[in-house]
Design a protein around this ligand. Structure first.
Ligand SMILES: [Zn+2]
Length: 314
């Protein structure tokens, strides 16, 4: 029963994140998806459909896109872009490698968009990946879908009268995360470092970790103002206060699970202790359920503890 429950969680999340359901199921699922635009001012929009939230900047230089959801949605996404922009996508930023943020690369790349991402995004998309938390393999992407410009720390674009900073955050949701700041418009796109209002997925098998997520969100908070509009990787459009609450929750989770790891509790014992009970009502209703949140953070912090032990041993 326990195993069955866990498999069900895994299958559901795989479908959400990795586009891993059979073709017929995908078609059916994506057929019903509508792309909705939220106007954030200064020619910038948040587009939502299925998968990671999209950021769009429009203006005299052409459409500038942050993430692109799943390939079967590309035509609908292009139609939504065309409502706001006379020109197609010139630059496409990937906030990280996951398929619910890069699935459309294959189509936008074929249209001539210049795809830009942290170097580890190209590296992971070029080779078969293994998602530890879901025990799942992901095939390499075709060449046309790969970022053709990569960076290590940050890269700045001057487009549509915006200074657009794309800033790498190390070992957060993955090892290739970047967040995007449209400076003049005061709009942030935080990718999957930020799941607004729900527990986040942290891909520990791709070099992610909760300490990196907290550090990255803190970095974003430091440049936020009361007026900053914040596009999360998943969830509703957010503001500075939402970001502050999220960081507070993650720090609590980190402290609670960290204490269990220090006490020597294994993953099953930690789950049985129901350590996040006080937080679950508010944060546990997204696609990362309380049990999986405990397992992911436990695995992450156990690794950290082992690394520490390794260091002291040498
Ligand atoms: Zn992701």
């Amino acid at each position: 029963m326990h195993l069955l429950g866990k498999n069900w969680i895994i299958i559901t999340i795989l479908m959400v994140f990795l586009n891993a359901s059979p073709a017929w199921a995908q078609q059916d699922r994506f057929a019903k998806v509508e792309i909705k635009s939220t106007d954030l001012g200064n020619g910038i929009y948040m587009l939502t459909g299925a998968g990671g939230n999209i950021g769009l900047s429009t203006g005299k230089d052409g459409a500038f896109l942050v993430d692109d959801q799943f390939a079967p949605l590309s035509d609908k996404i292009k139609a939504a872009i065309a409502e706001h922009s006379k020109t197609p996508v010139r630059f496409l930023i990937n906030t990280h490698w996951h398929g619910d943020h890069t699935g459309g690369n294959v189509n936008f790349g074929a249209d001539g968009a210049i795809i830009v991402a942290h170097k580890n995004v190209r590296k992971r998309m070029s080779t078969e990946q293994f998602i530890e938390a879901f025990n799942s393999k992901v095939k390499p992407a075709p060449d046309i879908a790969l970022p053709i410009i990569t960076f290590t720390r940050e890269i700045t674009f001057f487009q549509n009268e915006q200074t657009i900073n794309v800033i790498h955050v190390s070992n957060a949701h993955t090892d290739g995360d970047a967040f995007v700041y449209f400076k003049e418009a005061d709009v942030l796109h935080l990718g999957d470092m930020f799941f607004n209002g729900i527990y986040p997925f942290i891909d520990t098998g791709s070099g992610g970790g909760i300490d990196g997520v907290i550090a990255g969100l803190q970095q974003a908070l430091d440049i936020s103002t009361q007026n900053t509009k914040i596009i999360p990787g998943h969830g509703y459009l957010a503001n500075k206060q939402d970001l502050q609450e999220n960081i507070l929750m993650l720090k609590q989770v980190r402290r609670i699970i960290g204490a269990l790891v220090e006490q020597g509790l294994d993953a099953d014992q930690s789950v049985a202790a129901d350590p996040l009970a006080a937080l679950n009502e508010k944060w546990g209703k997204g696609f990362i359920k309380p049990e999986l949140m405990v397992r992911i953070v436990h695995a992450d912090l156990s690794k950290t503890e082992m690394d520490k032990a390794d260091h002291t041993a040498h």
